[in-house]
Design a protein around this ligand. Structure first.
Ligand SMILES: Nc1nc2c(ncn2[C@@H]2O[C@H](COP(=O)(O)OP(=O)(O)OP(=O)(O)O)[C@@H](O)[C@H]2O)c(=O)[nH]1
Ligand SMILES: [Zn+2]
Length: 198
């Protein structure tokens, strides 16, 4: 094992074969006409393989919830959670923020878990729309809250750095469930607290 490998210890993932990924990355780069025969490029296939594996590896976490003893019944919102994912069409990153809120029922969730669940679903080839909905659906299933709202604002590098090259464009998606979808006042409050003009 090379000395630098300790920098890249990754959790095992089903179906993951890092040696095969490294070989494939070398073939891919060579097929694009990139000469790997220099000191700085020699390890690039390994870096690529580990770099993508890292983007596709979420940190495991425990779901911690608490009884809502105080019967807190207003919105709980964590906003501006940094988010990075990879678009499944081009395998290029999309980067931005997610705002996650809910109207609690009988249980409340540890606040950090809202950011962790976003990471959980972001660490795979994704569509922004699907990612938004997966976070919201997961919270609804786990917590049975009265409402859930998730907004993602992200820049897709496949759209800004290549292709149409719409530099500075941002994509906004939202999923609202329960009272945050049905009740106009709650909906408005959610968007206001999230800092999204709606
Ligand atoms: N709906 C949706 N589209 C996405 C997302 N990420 C990337 N895309 C789009 O996926 C589409 C793929 O279109 P294609 O025409 O097959 O790919 P392409 O020829 O590289 O297209 P251009 O990007 O327009 O050059 C593009 O329009 C991307 O902008 C996402 O999260 N959601
Ligand atoms: Zn893309």
């Amino acid at each position: 094992m090379p000395a630098h490998a300790t920098l890249h210890v990754l959790p095992q993932a089903p179906g993951r074969d890092m040696a095969a990924a490294e070989d494939a990355a070398a073939m891919f780069l060579e097929a694009l006409g990139i000469d790997l025969d220099s000191e700085s490029l020699r390890d690039t296939p390994r870096r690529m393989a580990y770099g993508y594996a890292e983007l596709f590896t979420a940190r495991p976490f425990d779901l911690t919830t608490f009884p809502n003893d105080e019967e807190y019944d207003e919105l709980i919102l964590v906003r501006n959670v940094p988010l990075r994912s990879v678009c499944e069409h081009h395998l290029l990153p999309f980067v931005g923020t997610v705002h996650i809120g809910y109207l609690p029922g009988e249980r409340i969730i540890g606040l950090s878990k809202l950011a962790r669940v976003a990471e959980h679903f972001a660490c795979r080839p994704q569509l922004q729309e699907r990612l938004t909905k997966q976070i919201a659906d997961w919270l609804a299933e786990q917590l049975h809250p009265r409402g859930v709202g998730v907004v993602i604002e992200a820049e897709h590098s496949c759209m800004t750095l290549r292709g149409v090259q719409s530099v500075g464009s941002a994509t906004v998606t939202s999923t609202l469930l329960g009272a945050l979808r049905e009740d106009p006042r709650s909906r408005q409050e959610f968007f206001a607290l999230a800092g999204v003009n709606a």
